[in-house]
Design a protein around this ligand. Structure first.
Ligand SMILES: Cc1cc2nc3c(=O)[nH]c(=O)nc-3n(C[C@H](O)[C@H](O)[C@H](O)COP(=O)(O)OP(=O)(O)OC[C@H]3O[C@@H](n4cnc5c(N)ncnc54)[C@H](O)[C@@H]3O)c2cc1C
Ligand SMILES: *[C@@H]1O[C@H](CO)[C@@H](O)[C@H](O)[C@H]1NC(C)=O
Ligand SMILES: *[C@@H]1O[C@H](CO)[C@@H](O)[C@H](O)[C@H]1NC(C)=O
Ligand SMILES: *[C@@H]1O[C@H](CO)[C@@H](O)[C@H](O)[C@H]1NC(C)=O
Ligand SMILES: *[C@@H]1O[C@H](CO)[C@@H](O)[C@H](O)[C@H]1NC(C)=O
Length: 493
């Protein structure tokens, strides 16, 4: 490190140590230790960094998922990740690991300690011989699709723009291609992992079966992942995009959703109708459609196309273009929580209860400053969990029986921290109401795990990992006996 940087950092430490609580000053000292230990491929940034690296490293899709860290670190090599994790463990320093920063759970990838941001792990390489792609954990899916497009191949990844590959994959991963190939965890062939003790290991189902099991849904419990190797599939032009419907079309739209969810069995077809309530506005449906081919067979999407729309952006296009057609940043800067219900099926009755919830909470939360209330209906085929590699079990989902758990994503956005607990309680109440409606019509939800990446932050681990939890706890205890990863937030085994 250049002496001038060292002098500046020391000055920053001096100032901070006089103005911050002693624990924060201690953390700045840990930042300086890290700065001394890492190679020139990596960097540490402090508050006030004029080039904006510190701010970018801390930023999240939902502002409630960000905190002010003592410093941010961008590791550039696995060796540097190992050096960093050893310092954090030996000094017992709180930290966070951020991929694409899209978690809607506070503290899951943010900290007041040391913010590790993985952006420098940005490689995408395609190996035609093994039909796999190796991707860095600092990427967003858009970049992965863009890099693979020239090879005419694709991976099972995110459905809308800007989502990180890391948290998505380590939590499960529902994709446009899930009906054909399963979750993203079903496509992983290899993880590169820096363990809590600093060992760098390649994790495959045969080299490290326990760790492989843990990483396929178990989040950040087992260390810091630097890259994934994923199976690829041929990818040509796709069809689909976005349609916006106004409130007067809700009856026709809900009929079309029910018909699709109950009757369409083509695994190349998928939809995400989001029932939205925008502050001061009416209810709207933001409807995404996907077909894995240049032209869908007639019949599948005809009902949707026949309904008068406010906006239609549907065409034959590249996979990346379809992913970027979705409006994923309308609430950028707002606070945001997700929650979820796992269903056996989307019946007409459930769809109408979801629409009722959207309207009910849209108006009930107006005083609490809610800016956006959204229920994303995600119909998948009942066979969605039958595509895993033979003999390989994963941490998520906890059960792979057919029919499998079909997720519903609740998303509420608002402006002021003073409403956090009101929004939390509303999400819990709404998920409970929809659970009761499903149970009331005879759906057995008792064995269905809730999705790791949608479940609200205080969801009991048993509801997510079910019968897998004891094994996950055992693996965690053997890989991380000192509890280093417990210094970072997330679902903790
Ligand atoms: C607009 C939007 C669209 C979405 N669409 C989908 C969808 O289609 N399908 C779906 O399944 N999910 C979807 N999600 C949910 C998404 O999977 C989660 O938000 C996920 O956490 C995003 O990953 P990330 O890397 O961006 O998150 P981050 O906030 O960066 O990380 C999430 C968690 O992963 C951990 N983590 C990150 N990097 C590493 C690493 N290198 N090693 C170890 N742990 C790490 C973090 O510590 C944290 O606990 C969506 C979310 C949003 C906001
Ligand atoms: C480590 O820090 C946590 C708080 O972050 C504290 O609860 C724990 O006791 C500390 N452990 C040690 C060994 O100092
Ligand atoms: C599914 O198709 C059948 C036969 O065409 C039809 O009777 C039924 O109403 C459809 N289901 C839904 C929910 O629309
Ligand atoms: C959302 O993303 C689009 C496309 O990248 C961009 O043009 C637009 O300005 C963004 N909107 C916000 C609110 O960030
Ligand atoms: C609409 O939702 C509210 C809140 O969950 C609930 O109290 C009410 O019974 C619902 N109404 C109908 C008709 O389902």
């Amino acid at each position: 490190m250049a002496p001038s940087t060292r002098t500046l950092a020391a000055a920053a430490l001096l100032i901070l140590s006089q103005t911050l609580p002693s624990s924060a000053a201690g953390t700045v000292d840990v930042c300086l230790q890290i700065q001394d230990a890492i190679s020139s491929a990596s960097a540490v940034y402090f508050p006030g960094d004029l080039l904006g690296n510190y701010a970018a490293d801390l930023s999240h899709w939902a502002s409630s998922s960000s905190q002010l860290a003592a410093c941010s670190v961008e590791p550039g090599t696995a060796d540097d990740v190992a050096a960093i994790i050893k310092i954090l463990g030996s000094t017992n320093t709180s930290f966070a690991v951020k991929g694409g920063g899209h978690t809607a759970n506070p503290g899951f990838s943010s900290t007041t300690g040391v913010q590790i941001t993985m952006t420098r792990f940005s490689g995408v390489t395609y190996d035609a011989a093994s039909e796999t792609a190796t991707i860095g954990t600092g990427l967003v899916w858009d970049s992965v699709y863009e890099a693979l497009e020239p090879f005419g191949v694709n991976v099972v990844g995110g459905r809308v723009s800007g989502v990180g590959v890391a948290g998505f994959t380590l939590g499960g991963g529902y994709s446009w291609k899930t009906n054909q190939f399963g979750l993203t965890v079903d496509s992983v062939t290899e993880f590169q992992l820096v363990k809590p003790n600093g060992d760098i290991v390649t994790v495959t189902p045969t080299s490290e079966p326990d760790l492989f099991f843990g990483l396929t849904g178990g989040g950040n419990n087992f260390g810091i992942v630097t890259q994934f190797t994923l199976k690829t599939h041929p990818q040509g032009q796709v069809w689909g995009g976005l349609i916006l419907y106004t409130e007067d079309q809700l009856p026709a739209v809900s009929d079309a959703i029910a018909a699709f969810a109950n009757n369409v069995t083509d695994p190349k077809a998928a939809i995400i109708p989001a029932i939205n309530f925008l502050l001061g506005a009416q209810t709207r449906v933001s409807h995404l459609m996907f077909y894995d081919g240049p032209t869908p067979p007639s019949g599948i999407f005809d009902d949707f196309l026949a309904i008068p729309a406010l906006l239609t952006d549907v065409s034959t296009r590249s996979f990346l273009s379809l992913v970027q057609a979705a409006p994923s940043n309308v609430t950028t800067g707002d606070r945001g929580f997700f929650h979820t219900v796992s269903l056996v099926e989307y019946t007409p009755n459930i769809i109408s209860a979801i629409i009722n919830e959207t309207k009910f909470w849209g108006s009930a939360l107006t005083l609490a400053g809610a800016t956006f209330i959204s229920y994303d209906i995600e119909p998948f085929l009942p066979t969605l969990y039958t595509h895993g590699a033979p003999g390989v079990t994963t941490a998520y989902p906890p059960s792979r029986t057919t029919p499998g758990a079909i997720p519903l994503n609740l998303y509420f956005a608002w402006a002021l921290p003073t409403s956090d607990s009101i929004i939390h309680d509303a999400l819990v109440a709404s998920a409970q109401q929809l659970t009761s409606v499903a149970q009331g019509e005879g759906q057995d939800l008792s064995e269905l795990g809730l999705y790791t990446n949608y479940a609200l932050y205080d969801t009991p681990l048993e509801r997510i990992y079910g019968a897998n939890l004891p094994r996950l706890r055992q693996i965690k205890a053997s890989v991380d006996p000192e509890g280093v990863m417990g210094l970072a937030g997330g679902w903790k085994f």
